[in-house]
Design a binder for this molecule. Structure first.
Ligand code: AMP
Length: 214
Protein backbone atom coordinates (compact mmCIF):
# COMPACT_ATOMS: atom_id res chain seq x y z
CA UNK A 1 0.00 0.00 0.00
CA UNK A 2 1.38 3.42 -0.99
CA UNK A 3 0.51 6.18 1.44
CA UNK A 4 1.43 9.83 1.94
CA UNK A 5 0.98 11.53 5.30
CA UNK A 6 0.38 15.26 5.10
CA UNK A 7 -0.01 17.59 8.06
CA UNK A 8 1.54 20.63 9.67
CA UNK A 9 4.69 20.24 11.78
CA UNK A 10 3.73 18.59 15.07
CA UNK A 11 0.54 16.99 13.72
CA UNK A 12 1.92 13.55 14.61
CA UNK A 13 2.92 12.29 11.17
CA UNK A 14 6.10 10.62 12.41
CA UNK A 15 4.39 8.99 15.39
CA UNK A 16 1.54 7.69 13.27
CA UNK A 17 3.87 6.46 10.53
CA UNK A 18 5.82 4.42 13.09
CA UNK A 19 2.59 2.82 14.29
CA UNK A 20 1.52 2.01 10.74
CA UNK A 21 4.68 0.37 9.39
CA UNK A 22 4.42 -2.85 11.39
CA UNK A 23 0.78 -3.41 10.63
CA UNK A 24 1.14 -2.62 6.93
CA UNK A 25 4.58 -4.21 6.48
CA UNK A 26 5.94 -1.25 4.51
CA UNK A 27 8.81 1.16 5.29
CA UNK A 28 8.43 4.70 6.58
CA UNK A 29 10.23 7.23 4.42
CA UNK A 30 10.77 10.44 6.37
CA UNK A 31 12.70 13.14 4.53
CA UNK A 32 13.07 15.05 7.83
CA UNK A 33 14.76 12.00 9.44
CA UNK A 34 16.97 11.58 6.38
CA UNK A 35 18.08 15.22 6.56
CA UNK A 36 18.72 15.02 10.32
CA UNK A 37 20.89 11.93 9.73
CA UNK A 38 22.83 13.81 7.02
CA UNK A 39 23.29 16.79 9.36
CA UNK A 40 24.61 14.46 12.08
CA UNK A 41 27.02 12.84 9.64
CA UNK A 42 28.19 16.29 8.52
CA UNK A 43 27.91 15.35 4.84
CA UNK A 44 27.89 18.21 2.26
CA UNK A 45 24.17 17.61 1.67
CA UNK A 46 23.58 17.71 5.45
CA UNK A 47 25.41 21.03 5.74
CA UNK A 48 23.31 22.53 2.97
CA UNK A 49 20.03 21.17 4.42
CA UNK A 50 20.84 22.50 7.89
CA UNK A 51 20.90 26.12 6.66
CA UNK A 52 17.26 25.80 5.64
CA UNK A 53 16.10 23.60 8.51
CA UNK A 54 17.40 25.98 11.18
CA UNK A 55 15.33 28.79 9.65
CA UNK A 56 12.17 26.71 9.42
CA UNK A 57 12.39 26.91 5.63
CA UNK A 58 12.10 24.10 3.12
CA UNK A 59 15.18 22.44 1.69
CA UNK A 60 15.28 23.17 -2.10
CA UNK A 61 13.14 20.84 -4.22
CA UNK A 62 16.00 19.47 -6.32
CA UNK A 63 17.86 18.30 -3.20
CA UNK A 64 14.78 16.67 -1.65
CA UNK A 65 13.67 15.02 -4.86
CA UNK A 66 17.18 13.61 -5.36
CA UNK A 67 17.17 12.11 -1.87
CA UNK A 68 13.75 10.53 -2.35
CA UNK A 69 14.61 9.11 -5.78
CA UNK A 70 17.68 7.45 -4.30
CA UNK A 71 15.59 6.02 -1.46
CA UNK A 72 13.14 4.50 -3.95
CA UNK A 73 15.99 2.52 -5.47
CA UNK A 74 16.08 0.34 -2.35
CA UNK A 75 14.06 -2.85 -2.79
CA UNK A 76 11.99 -2.49 0.40
CA UNK A 77 9.86 0.19 -1.30
CA UNK A 78 8.50 -2.41 -3.74
CA UNK A 79 6.06 -3.58 -1.03
CA UNK A 80 4.75 -0.05 -0.60
CA UNK A 81 5.66 2.89 1.62
CA UNK A 82 4.50 5.53 4.02
CA UNK A 83 5.91 8.88 3.00
CA UNK A 84 6.13 11.16 5.99
CA UNK A 85 7.01 14.79 5.26
CA UNK A 86 7.24 14.40 1.50
CA UNK A 87 5.96 15.86 -0.78
CA UNK A 88 5.77 19.34 0.68
CA UNK A 89 5.50 21.41 -2.51
CA UNK A 90 3.64 21.08 -5.79
CA UNK A 91 6.91 20.49 -7.59
CA UNK A 92 7.73 17.61 -5.24
CA UNK A 93 4.24 16.14 -5.75
CA UNK A 94 4.67 16.25 -9.51
CA UNK A 95 8.12 14.66 -9.25
CA UNK A 96 6.63 11.89 -7.10
CA UNK A 97 3.84 11.27 -9.64
CA UNK A 98 6.46 10.90 -12.34
CA UNK A 99 8.66 8.64 -10.21
CA UNK A 100 5.74 6.36 -9.35
CA UNK A 101 4.44 6.22 -12.89
CA UNK A 102 7.96 5.29 -14.11
CA UNK A 103 7.87 2.47 -11.56
CA UNK A 104 4.40 1.42 -12.77
CA UNK A 105 2.94 2.32 -9.39
CA UNK A 106 0.58 4.90 -7.92
CA UNK A 107 -0.65 6.36 -4.63
CA UNK A 108 -3.44 4.62 -2.75
CA UNK A 109 -4.16 7.13 0.04
CA UNK A 110 -3.22 10.65 1.06
CA UNK A 111 -3.88 10.91 4.78
CA UNK A 112 -4.19 14.51 5.98
CA UNK A 113 -3.81 14.99 9.73
CA UNK A 114 -5.51 18.28 10.61
CA UNK A 115 -4.53 20.25 13.73
CA UNK A 116 -5.07 24.00 14.31
CA UNK A 117 -1.92 26.15 14.68
CA UNK A 118 -2.55 27.05 18.34
CA UNK A 119 -2.45 23.40 19.40
CA UNK A 120 0.76 22.83 17.53
CA UNK A 121 2.94 25.48 19.13
CA UNK A 122 2.52 23.90 22.58
CA UNK A 123 3.08 20.43 21.25
CA UNK A 124 6.28 21.26 19.41
CA UNK A 125 8.02 23.44 21.98
CA UNK A 126 7.56 20.56 24.47
CA UNK A 127 9.22 17.96 22.26
CA UNK A 128 12.57 16.57 23.31
CA UNK A 129 14.33 14.47 20.68
CA UNK A 130 16.90 11.79 21.48
CA UNK A 131 20.34 12.33 19.94
CA UNK A 132 20.88 8.58 20.01
CA UNK A 133 17.79 6.91 18.54
CA UNK A 134 15.66 9.85 17.38
CA UNK A 135 12.76 8.96 19.71
CA UNK A 136 10.68 11.97 20.69
CA UNK A 137 9.58 12.47 24.27
CA UNK A 138 7.29 15.35 25.30
CA UNK A 139 7.75 17.25 28.55
CA UNK A 140 4.01 17.16 29.20
CA UNK A 141 2.50 14.23 27.27
CA UNK A 142 5.35 11.70 27.29
CA UNK A 143 7.96 12.79 29.84
CA UNK A 144 11.11 10.69 30.21
CA UNK A 145 11.59 8.88 33.54
CA UNK A 146 14.80 10.85 34.07
CA UNK A 147 14.96 14.45 32.86
CA UNK A 148 17.08 14.86 29.74
CA UNK A 149 17.56 11.11 29.23
CA UNK A 150 15.78 8.97 26.64
CA UNK A 151 13.73 6.06 28.07
CA UNK A 152 14.42 3.92 25.00
CA UNK A 153 18.21 4.11 24.70
CA UNK A 154 19.46 6.40 27.52
CA UNK A 155 20.62 8.90 24.87
CA UNK A 156 20.67 12.64 25.52
CA UNK A 157 17.40 14.50 24.88
CA UNK A 158 17.52 17.93 23.24
CA UNK A 159 15.25 20.63 21.87
CA UNK A 160 15.63 20.64 18.10
CA UNK A 161 16.52 24.09 16.73
CA UNK A 162 13.49 23.85 14.49
CA UNK A 163 11.21 23.17 17.52
CA UNK A 164 11.92 26.62 19.03
CA UNK A 165 8.85 28.88 19.00
CA UNK A 166 9.95 31.48 16.41
CA UNK A 167 11.02 28.71 14.04
CA UNK A 168 7.75 26.87 14.59
CA UNK A 169 5.78 29.96 13.53
CA UNK A 170 7.90 30.09 10.37
CA UNK A 171 7.39 26.37 9.73
CA UNK A 172 3.62 26.80 10.10
CA UNK A 173 3.57 29.70 7.59
CA UNK A 174 5.64 27.59 5.22
CA UNK A 175 3.16 24.72 5.62
CA UNK A 176 0.13 26.91 4.88
CA UNK A 177 1.76 28.62 1.91
CA UNK A 178 3.48 25.67 0.25
CA UNK A 179 2.18 22.32 1.49
CA UNK A 180 -1.53 22.70 2.19
CA UNK A 181 -2.26 23.39 -1.53
CA UNK A 182 -1.34 19.73 -2.07
CA UNK A 183 -4.61 18.71 -0.43
CA UNK A 184 -6.50 20.22 -3.40
CA UNK A 185 -4.02 18.68 -5.81
CA UNK A 186 -4.72 15.17 -4.50
CA UNK A 187 -8.45 15.74 -3.90
CA UNK A 188 -8.95 15.60 -7.66
CA UNK A 189 -7.96 11.92 -7.60
CA UNK A 190 -10.37 11.15 -4.73
CA UNK A 191 -7.65 9.68 -2.48
CA UNK A 192 -7.59 12.26 0.34
CA UNK A 193 -8.60 11.02 3.83
CA UNK A 194 -8.92 13.86 6.37
CA UNK A 195 -8.32 13.01 10.02
CA UNK A 196 -8.94 15.16 13.11
CA UNK A 197 -5.46 15.17 14.65
CA UNK A 198 -6.41 16.95 17.89
CA UNK A 199 -7.43 13.64 19.51
CA UNK A 200 -5.22 11.15 21.36
CA UNK A 201 -2.55 9.21 19.46
CA UNK A 202 -4.63 6.02 19.77
CA UNK A 203 -7.79 7.66 18.45
CA UNK A 204 -5.97 9.24 15.54
CA UNK A 205 -4.33 5.89 14.79
CA UNK A 206 -7.70 4.13 14.78
CA UNK A 207 -9.22 6.80 12.53
CA UNK A 208 -6.35 6.48 10.06
CA UNK A 209 -6.72 2.70 9.77
CA UNK A 210 -10.47 3.09 9.32
CA UNK A 211 -9.99 5.70 6.62
CA UNK A 212 -7.66 3.44 4.61
CA UNK A 213 -9.80 0.37 5.17
CA UNK A 214 -7.47 -1.87 7.19
P1 AMP B 1 10.22 17.26 9.53
O1 AMP B 1 10.89 16.43 10.54
O2 AMP B 1 9.46 16.46 8.49
O3 AMP B 1 9.36 18.34 10.13
O4 AMP B 1 11.37 18.01 8.68
C1 AMP B 1 12.29 18.86 9.32
C2 AMP B 1 12.84 19.87 8.31
O5 AMP B 1 13.50 19.18 7.23
C3 AMP B 1 11.79 20.74 7.62
O6 AMP B 1 11.42 21.86 8.42
C4 AMP B 1 12.52 21.13 6.35
O7 AMP B 1 13.50 22.15 6.58
C5 AMP B 1 13.27 19.86 6.01
N1 AMP B 1 12.43 18.98 5.15
C6 AMP B 1 11.93 17.74 5.47
N2 AMP B 1 11.21 17.25 4.45
C7 AMP B 1 11.23 18.19 3.47
C8 AMP B 1 10.65 18.28 2.18
N3 AMP B 1 9.86 17.29 1.68
N4 AMP B 1 10.88 19.39 1.46
C9 AMP B 1 11.67 20.39 1.93
N5 AMP B 1 12.22 20.38 3.13
C10 AMP B 1 12.02 19.29 3.91
Amino acid sequence: MNIILIGPPGAGKGTQAKRMIDRLGVPQISTGDMFRAAVKEGSPMGKKAKEYMDKGALVPDDVVIGVVKERFEKPDTKKGFILDGFPRTLEQAQALDKLLSDLGSRLDHVVVIEVPDDHLVGRLTGRRTCRGCGYMHHVEFDPPKKEGVCDKCSGELYLRDDDKEATIRDRLSTYHAQTSPLIDYYSKSGIVRKIDGTRSMEEVNKAIFQSIGV
